[in-house]
Design a protein around this ligand. Structure first.
Ligand code: ATP
Ligand code: MG
Length: 572
């Protein structure tokens, strides 16, 4: 690949619209451009990286026995109406009409379309299992598209769907996909963790997110410091405390707390530590219910846990008006006694005494709350978000540590949700008709590209993991106008091309400084610098992008030395 013939519009300055490093560097390295909010062009080098990820994914999916298909990007509304998602998917679904005024959507995911294929063609248990996947452009009209490829509106996803006769076989395939995902992200050269994920109302532990670890990640994770349990903080299971909070043995007493609303404010005002407080959080749900969720003052509520417990589509903090109706007081003074809402408490509060809570009255709190005495019929559940130092639910020995992650993939057991709604059945060996069990497995191809940069960059630019780099080697002839340099560089380039090495050959008449800067920015793992002075000494210089290590190698054995360096793990 000759630089002059390749469209690489690099930028000297940081583009102002970019908030995260991957977005900045992809724009600066001339690998992509924005067309509309969350919608991008991929330019030649950027597309090469996208293709590298796709190929790794494709090879491993095929190896795992899945079969590639291609479904339409534009999907008829009828299928989405059958599954019921046309009405519940909300505004992320880009809805469009054709010239006959018929409804379509631009697919954000393809459960409906693939289930339709399978229900029409598969009749018998003999035709199962089946795992079909595609690599395709998706559209999700995200409320806040941001961070470049990390959260776009249009993006490329690999989505696979598997169909089975029974749960056992579905679990076997789930494992198979889980293993394939590990191979994929290992091969991409990324540091990641598979974490247990929120499974929505279905429950169970059959969902994992594959999280690339990076400080800029949107997801908060915890992992055990002594076993391999890891989970999203919202989902991580928590064990109930060994003993409830020690008692003060006090009676319920109203205290004046003028204008002190938050736990921090009241805590300072009353001189009680936050863990002695009960936070009463009022939520509204899609079914119109009002729920008061109680958590300890120093804990955070996990909304997904609450949502799953209630079995509803969504929960949202109640509006001021609803709070007033349920408590008779403004926001900031809600408490569990005499509240008009369903009460649910986090398990940590079971049996606790001597607590402080809101009094459902302006400028007033109650001290001396005894959960068992004052709220005898309270329901308890695991409702709080995990935090650093919490005990691991698996080994019950280790403690949680925290990480930030970028979700690059997710595996999911779907059960018969779609097959039942859309009548995807098969005849079992005894001739009975049964719904198929399903799993689905997604990988964000373009998000993986961004995640690789978030994890692998330095001040000078991108430092591609070797398997994803747009080229294996970047050749920089220092002075293009020097005939000896040019000839030596051209010879090496020609010979490497014959061996199938992917080379970016900087044949521009630019100043050396400009070429080196661009090379660092583009992040190709190995650079070969060919200069007149070193040639005169019979050597060229190799530099590893990742650690800056430089070596001189004999010019007449350059190709061999380059090939050795490329197969050497230091360049990865
Ligand atoms: P998120 O929670 O980040 O919104 P999701 O859980 O809704 O993602 P899935 O439905 O699991 O996403 O989609 C599979 C994969 O597609 C995700 O793991 C992610 O890598 C990718 N993906 C999802 N939404 C986007 C997006 N807006 N931009 C880029 N990639 C995305
Ligand atoms: Mg997901």
């Amino acid at each position: 690949m000759r630089y002059r013939q390749t469209f690489i519009p690099t930028l000297r300055e940081d583009p102002t619209e970019a908030e995260v490093i991957s977005h900045k560097l992809l724009l600066r390295a001339g690998m992509m451009r924005q067309v509309a909010r969350g919608v991008y062009d991929f330019l030649p080098l950027g597309l090469r990286v996208v293709r590298k990820v796709e190929n790794i994914v494709r090879e491993e999916m095929n190896r795992a026995g899945a079969q590639e298909i291609l479904m339409p990007a534009v999907c008829p509304a009828e299928l989405w109406q059958e599954s019921g998602r046309w009405d519940v998917y909300g505004r992320e679904l880009l809805r469009i009409k054709d010239r006959h005024d018929r409804d379509f959507c631009f697919g954000p995911t393809h459960e409906e379309v693939v289930t339709d294929i399978v229900r029409r063609e598969v009749r018998s248990y003999r035709d199962l299992p089946l795992n079909l996947y595609q690599i395709q452009t998706k559209f999700r009209d995200e409320v806040r598209p941001r961070f470049g490829l990390m959260r776009g509106r249009e993006f490329i996803m690999k989505d696979a769907y598997s169909f089975h006769t029974d749960l056992e076989d579905c679990q076997r395939e789930y494992r198979n996909m889980y293993d394939a995902y590990r191979r994929i992200f290992d091969r991409c050269g990324l540091t990641y963790r598979p974490v247990e994920a929120d499974t929505g109302a279905i429950g169970g532990s059959l969902s994992h997110e594959f999280q690339v670890l990076a400080d800029s990640g949107e997801d908060a994770l915890v992992s055990c410091d002594s076993c391999d349990y890891a989970a999203n903080v919202e989902k991580a299971e928590l064990v109930p405390p060994a003993a409830p909070l020690a008692t003060h043995g006090a009676a319920l007493t109203p205290v004046e707390t003028p204008d002190q609303r938050t736990i921090e404010e009241v805590s300072i005002f009353l001189g009680e530590p936050p863990e002695r407080f009960v936070k009463t959080l009022l939520y509204e749900t899609d079914t119109g219910a009002v729920v008061a969720a109680l958590v300890r003052g120093d804990h955070e509520l996990s909304e997904p846990k609450l949502k799953n417990l209630l079995g509803c589509q969504w929960v949202a903090l109640a509006a001021e008006e609803t709070v007033h109706k349920a408590t008779g007081a403004p926001t900031g003074f809600a408490g569990p006694l005499q509240i008009e809402a369903r009460l649910i408490s986090d398990q940590t509060l079971r049996g606790a005494t001597g607590l402080v809570c809101g009094a459902n009255e302006r400028d007033t709190h109650l001290t001396g709350l005894d959960i068992a005495r004052d709220l005898p019929s309270l329901q308890f559940a695991d409702l709080r978000r995990a935090a650093v130092g919490d005990t691991c639910p698996r080994c019950e020995r280790g403690r949680f540590t925290a990480h930030r992650g970028i979700e690059v993939g997710q595996t999911f057991y779907l059960g018969t949700k779609y097959s039942q709604a859309m009548n995807a059945t098969y005849l079992d060996a005894s001739g009975a008709q049964r719904p198929m069990e399903m799993g689905c497995y997604g990988i964000g191809i373009t998000r993986t590209v961004a995640a690789a940069i978030e994890q692998h960059h330095d001040d000078a630019g991108i430092v591609w993991p070797k398997p994803l780099a747009p080229a294996d080697l970047h050749i920089v002839p220092v002075n293009w106008n020097d005939a000896t340099t040019r000839k030596a560089a051209e010879d090496i380039y020609a010979e490497l091309q014959q061996t199938g090495t992917d080379v970016l050959f900087d044949d521009r008449e630019e100043r050396p400084g400009v070429k080196f800067k661009d090379a660092d920015l583009l992040g190709v793992p190995l650079r070969a610098t060919i200069g007149g002075k070193s040639l005169a000494r019979g050597v060229i210089e190799l530099k590893v992008r990742a650690d800056g290590a430089m070596t001189e190698v004999p010019a007449d054995r350059a190709v061999e030395a380059i090939q050795n360096a490329l197969s050497n793990s230091e360049a990865t």
